[in-house]
Design a protein around this ligand. Structure first.
Ligand SMILES: NC(=O)c1ccc[n+]([C@@H]2O[C@H](COP(=O)([O-])OP(=O)(O)OC[C@H]3O[C@@H](n4cnc5c(N)ncnc54)[C@H](OP(=O)(O)O)[C@@H]3O)[C@@H](O)[C@H]2O)c1
Length: 309
């Protein structure tokens, strides 16, 4: 699966499978990145907020030293919410840590502004303990800054992350550049079909995050996932990762475990019966109001997701 790609609206090819690096600890992530790239992964997904881009950069350097070429891999980073009025500075910091002079894709991590002059670089708080958020800021202004990055050559493409249908509909009439990507939480327990459909219609590629349900893989025991895994003689992780390929999405799997990084490359072709089982499961959870969103930082902002609004 490591050679399969999709086309972005920029004309770039984006790999169908990527290695995630959120919560990948220092001391582990360098090895994970180097191992993944040496074993065929072509996409590494990172972010300033993850606090490990130095180690990700060391992993990239290790892979380059082994003969992997920069132009053959796809590196993603994201501007963090305290930098949403200073996106070029955010990108410069990530590039420095990564040891790169460009990324292939740079995303707005979350569409809100946390106080750039607050009491913490990433998670400023007010004296009462609440997050220090500048509610008057428009995410459209951040996008204008993202558009200006393209002429710097420091990123090949720009996109968004955690954009609901509502936020995309606010953004698109003002966008000179249509986002190449919307990176969202996506799995059978959170299909987010209304966003996926809008993105398809507008030519915005979906990158699916937390495909295993994030930490500890809580979706491994979901009934249809187990059933399909048994039918194909694979582990549940393979079913959950394979789900995204016929949807036309890139899937990001995080692991710092070399055996799992290898295992996660072995995706399968789900047949129509498998896809129906998973879709029925998604529809049932939607109808029953039992969708599961595993990643939702306590910003106290309504981002327009129907399961959270
Ligand atoms: N844009 C955003 O706001 C956003 C938010 C969340 C995530 N992301 C991106 O998406 C990536 C993936 O999402 P995620 O990290 O939340 O979670 P995930 O990939 O759904 O799950 C990661 C967890 O599953 C375990 N795992 C991985 N492969 C496995 C396998 N084959 N068998 C059993 N367990 C396995 C990992 O353990 P070990 O590591 O211990 O092996 C880890 O505990 C992130 O790393 C990040 O790059 C983006």
């Amino acid at each position: 699966m490591t050679d399969k790609t999709f086309k972005l609206n920029t004309g770039q090819d984006i790999p169908a499978l990527g290695l995630g690096t959120w919560q990948s600890e220092a001391g582990q992530v360098q090895k994970a990145v180097a191992h993944a790239l040496k074993s065929g992964y072509k996409l590494i997904d990172g972010a300033y907020c993850y606090g490990n881009e130095d180690e990700v950069g060391a992993g990239l350097a290790e892979a380059f030293a082994s003969g992997i070429k920069r132009e053959d891999i796809f590196v993603v980073s994201k501007v963090w919410a305290t930098y949403n009025t200073r996106v070029e500075l955010g990108l410069d910091k990530s590039l420095k840590s990564l040891g790169l002079d460009y990324v292939d894709l740079f995303l707005v991590h979350w569409p809100l502004l946390m106080n750039p002059e607050g009491n913490h670089d990433k998670f400023p708080k007010l004296p009462n303990g609440e997050r220090d958020i500048i509610h008057s800021h428009s995410h459209i202004d951040t996008w204008k800054q993202m558009e200006a990055l393209l002429s710097t050559g420091k990123t090949k493409a720009i996109g968004v992350s955690n954009y609901s249908k509502r936020y995309l509909e606010q953004l698109l009439p003002h966008a000179k550049v249509i986002p190449a990507v919307n990176q969202i939480e996506n799995h059978p327990a959170l299909p987010q079909q209304e966003i996926v459909n809008l993105c398809r219609e507008k030519g915005i590629h979906i990158m699916a995050y937390s495909p295993l349900g994030s930490t500890g893989g809580p979706l491994f025991t979901a009934e249809p996932v187990v059933k399909i895994a048994e039918k194909h003689g694979v582990k549940p992780a393979a079913v959950l990762l394979s789900y995204h390929i016929p949807r036309g999405s890139t899937v990001l799997a995080k692991s710092v475990t070399p055996e799992r990084i290898d295992e996660n490359k072995k995706l399968i072709d789900l047949d129509a019966e498998d896809i129906k089982l998973l879709d029925d499961y998604s529809n049932k959870l939607t109808q029953e109001g039992k969708l599961q969103r595993f990643v939702y930082p306590p910003f106290g902002v309504d981002f327009g997701f129907p399961d959270k609004s």
